[in-house]
Design a protein around this ligand. Structure first.
Ligand SMILES: *Cc1c(COP(=O)(O)O)cnc(C)c1O
Length: 483
């Protein structure tokens, strides 16, 4: 399996060569040259497998330049009952016949991002050991990515993590998850500013090529291909748990932000998993819903991005969306390049940059084709979110987090008789206790081991929103340890 860029400007590369990279050199995203196809008989065989064996069967199609025994070992060390609380890894909860919630949030930081990030940590460690290289990961977080990345990379000798977060802007629980880590390779930088200031610093540092080269700066953001590959697995797992035979269809409802999670569902469907609908749910930041309703993709400016009570979906542009458009155009890189030239017009020319442009497919043959991909969408808002949490709790005795509630709200609007609906649970309620208290009047239960997390000693530095200060800090930490 080799990887190409959605914009056509990258010679085909193997999995390990794109693993540590972010954007392709031409500004596009890495995609496999073709999707592996899994037929009915193969599905019936996969149905019987444990999570870890299933993950190996799926991921080995994509990571075929890692020797099979090594890949199997990496995967079986990643998906353990110890890390994910049960052998099932992603247990399916049935609310009523034909309505399910797929539990993706039982990893170390209680959000679905652990399912990909834990694997990424072990894959990074493996390839860095082979080459003898080091990696310094620089990231920005508004709450879920930071803890997930830090828990995945902690204690890894060849990796350091520098994670920027807006000082005082995350929940106490999320802050404690990161700042209580005492591992010497983890550096928490609380920035006097907002999340966008943190992201701007990451961008500024990444655009300094000399610095980036010298200090081997890498990222773990959601455009990383290995994260998508890891997420494909639980669509298969959820499908098998909700069906008896691989001739049945199911639909998935997916709380969405950067289009990473649902992109994995799209790819699972392209591989042959019998998915009827992929139901994309947004919050008040509805850039993706606008596209699937009207054909117009219009990323928002930072100032237009609302701070909502499902904060992990507060995005202005959907980084992975370009992967879907690549497939929609029949893998026409020239066309993708054209469309994103329009998006980036007036901006700074990068996918995550401040583009003010847009494209509109309404009335074109491409818009007609969207239907063939089974994607539909809807939005939620604060009142609907709270009402959904309350209703699911009253009706089924199950507590869901605000993001999962957005997925359920929109998913139920598209529910069809006779088609099982699987809603993806993207975080546990304990991470967002304010909304839970508002909805049901009580604190969400805490999983074992998290009872006292806010009172543990914290390790972090505070800095102004200044890229040079962050560079100086990274220089000091890296050189000091190399000395
Ligand atoms: C990251 C995140 C999302 C959005 O997922 P994407 O892959 O960016 O679409 C939704 N819910 C939670 C809790 C998250 O952490």
């Amino acid at each position: 399996m080799r990887y190409i860029s959605t914009r056509g400007g990258m010679p085909p590369k193997k999995f390990s060569k794109i693993l540590l990279g972010g954007l392709a050199p031409d500004g596009g995203l890495a995609m496999p040259e073709a999707y592996p196809k899994i037929d009915f008989r193969e599905l019936e065989k996969l149905r019987e497998l444990s999570y870890s064996d299933l993950a190996f069967e799926i991921i080995s199609h994509f990571a075929d330049d890692i020797p099979a025994p090594d890949l199997r070992d990496i995967i079986s060390r990643t998906y353990t009952a110890e890390s994910f609380q049960s052998d099932e890894i992603t247990p399916l909860k049935t609310l009523e016949p034909g309505l399910h919630v797929l539990g993706l949030s039982n990893g170390p930081t209680l959000a679905f991002k652990d399912l990909a990030m834990q694997l990424l940590g072990n894959l990074f460690e493996y390839v860095l050991e082979k080459t003898g290289d080091n990696l310094n990961i620089l990231g920005a977080t508004s709450g879920d990515t930071g803890p997930s990345a830090e828990y995945a990379m902690r204690g890894k000798r060849s990796i350091k993590v520098f994670m920027l977060s807006p000082q005082g802007k995350m929940s106490r629980f999320q802050t404690a998850q990161m700042f209580s880590l005492q591992d010497p390779n983890i550096f928490n930088i609380a920035v006097r500013g907002v999340f966008d200031d943190c992201q701007d610093i990451v961008k500024a540092v990444s655009n300094d090529y000399a610095f980036k080269q010298k200090f081997r700066i890498g990222t773990v953001n959601s455009i990383n291909w290995a994260r998508i590959a890891a997420q494909i697995v639980y669509y298969f797992k959820g499908y098998f748990a909700a069906t008896r035979s691989s001739s049945e269809q199911v639909s998935f409802a997916v709380p969405s932000g950067n289009f990473g999670n649902i992109c994995a569902g799209h790819i699972a469907r392209m591989m042959g998993l019998p998915i009827r609908k992929l139901i994309l749910a947004t919050n008040e930041n509805d850039v993706l819903d606008e596209f699937f309703r009207t054909g117009s993709y219009r990323p928002r400016a930072t100032e237009e991005t609302l701070h909502t009570s499902s904060p992990s979906m507060d995005i202005s542009k959907a980084s992975n969306f370009e992967r879907f458009i690549f497939d929609l155009t029949g893998r026409n890189a020239g066309r993708v390049k054209e469309l994103w030239r329009a998006v980036e017009k007036g901006g700074d020319g990068t996918v995550n940059g401040a583009g003010s442009g847009a494209f509109d497919l309404a009335g074109t043959p491409l818009w007609e084709k969207v239907k063939e991909f089974g994607l539909v969408s809807g939005t939620s808002n604060h009142a609907a979110r709270i009402a959904t949490i309350r209703r699911i709790h009253e009706q089924y005795g199950v507590l869901v987090d605000p993001h999962t509630a957005d997925g359920l709200k929109v998913g139920l609007e598209y529910r069809e008789a006779g088609i099982p609906l699987i809603c993806l649970e993207t975080a546990l309620p304990v991470k967002f206790s304010d909304s839970i208290i508002e909805a049901v009047g009580e604190e969400p239960a805490r999983p074992a081991g998290y009872e006292n997390i806010e009172n543990l000693p914290q390790r972090y530095v505070v800095m102004n929103a200044d890229a040079d200060a962050v560079k100086a800090f990274i220089t000091e930490q890296v050189e000091q340890r190399n000395a």
